[in-house]
Design a protein around this ligand. Structure first.
Ligand code: HEM
Length: 141
């Protein structure tokens, strides 16, 4: 399930972008960013970059994380990186696994034909028209 969640965080990162102010000039490759500049880090775009993830960057393929994932350790930025990275990331991963496991022990979920795929960014990413599901109990319950 870990690989599945990582791939979900890559393609549908709940935080699609973050911002940082530079306090001193910062060298980013060939670019010198002056101090007092607001820099946007486009997480969602980086997560679909073919140069980082390969030609199948747009495909849902959890096994890509079996042995690393992208080109570098910092390729997956869903929880950001460094001293201001998400303090709740381990909790979020454990909580999600526990919740999904509890649901799947009791229910089978299928996407409703009414679902319209329209991820939208309202501070965090969410399905614009909701996510209608067809729920049935396991063992026909
Ligand atoms: C899938 C779930 C989550 C995702 C994708 C996520 C993502 C992020 C990201 C990208 C940041 C950096 C924001 C920035 O620098 O502007 C962040 C910061 C933070 N997150 Fe999360 N988060 C998640 C769940 C949680 C949970 C469950 C908690 C608390 C229990 C939490 C607490 C925090 C806090 C306190 C910060 C600020 C850390 C700091 O600035 O030093 N997050 N999160």
């Amino acid at each position: 399930m870990n690989l599945f969640l990582l791939e979900t965080l890559r393609l549908y990162s709940p935080v699609p972008l973050i911002r940082r102010w530079t306090r001193t000039p910062v060298q980013l490759g060939d670019i010198t960013v002056p101090e007092d500049t607001l820099v946007t880090i486009p997480i969602a775009t980086i997560h679909r970059d073919r140069e980082v993830w390969g030609d199948d960057a747009g495909e849902f393929r959890p096994e890509r994380f079996d042995g690393g994932g992208g080109k570098s350790l910092s390729a997956l930025l869903a929880f950001s990186m460094g001293p201001r990275a998400c303090i709740g990331q381990n909790f979020a991963m454990v909580e999600t696994k526990a919740t999904v496991a509890a649901i799947l022990q009791r229910f089978r979920l299928a996407l409703s034909p009414d679902y319209v795929h329209a991820p939208t960014d309202v501070i965090t990413l969410r399905p614009k028209y909701g996510m209608p599901m067809i729920v049935s109990g396991v063992d026909g319950l």
